[in-house]
Design a protein around this ligand. Structure first.
Ligand code: HEC
Length: 152
């Protein structure tokens, strides 16, 4: 058989995607084997109380997603937990409010535009803010990253 690079196997895409996942630093928060570090990140504008800051459960990095649910609702805690990426292949609501319907949408920089209309759950138009990771990859790298995420 003649080797044609454009006809690489799906597993090869996922393997490349795994390298991209490591290179992009996703592993720092979505750490294998659980694909979460099980830590809480502060919502945009939330000041971490000093006593909680001492614990190991908090990662003092804000990913900048919409703080409404964490800060303005009765059940809000001020934090968003790093979700596990296990099983993303069968899920269809990404982000804490389920605004992105697909992994492609979650990784699409167009979702940051002010007049963007989310394809997942939303009340009105408006961007899916924050979580800037992986947004600026090339189309091929993004495809491979998503192929990897779908193996988890
Ligand atoms: C600094 C920590 C951090 C890094 C680095 C990070 N993430 Fe996340 N990720 C989060 C947090 C926190 C959320 C939840 C955000 C929310 O719901 O508002 C999240 C959510 C997600 C989701 C949505 C999951 C769901 O069930 O809703 C996906 C998919 C995802 N991240 C993939 C990635 C990928 C791929 C990378 C690397 C390109 C990455 N993340 C880098 C912290 C991080």
């Amino acid at each position: 058989m003649i080797f044609r690079p454009q006809a690489i196997l799906p597993q090869a895409h996922a393997r490349r995607g795994q390298v991209i996942f490591q290179q992009q630093g996703c592993v720092n928060c979505h750490t294998p084997p659980l694909y979460t570090n099980n830590k809480l990140t502060p919502a945009l504008g939330f000041k971490i109380p000093d006593d909680l800051r001492q614990t190991e459960d908090i990662l003092d990095v804000c990913v900048g997603t919409d703080p409404y649910l964490a800060l303005k609702t009765r059940r809000g805690t001020g934090f968003y937990k790093v979700p596990s990426l296990k099983g993303v292949w069968f899920r269809n609501a990404f982000g804490h409010a389920g605004q992105a319907e697909t992994l492609e949408e979650w990784l699409d920089p167009a979702r940051l535009k002010p007049d963007y209309v989310p394809k997942g759950f939303h009340i009105g138009p408006g961007p899916i803010q924050g979580h800037p990771f992986g947004l600026n990859l090339s189309a091929a790298d993004k495809q491979d990253l998503i192929a990897f995420l779908r193996t988890l």
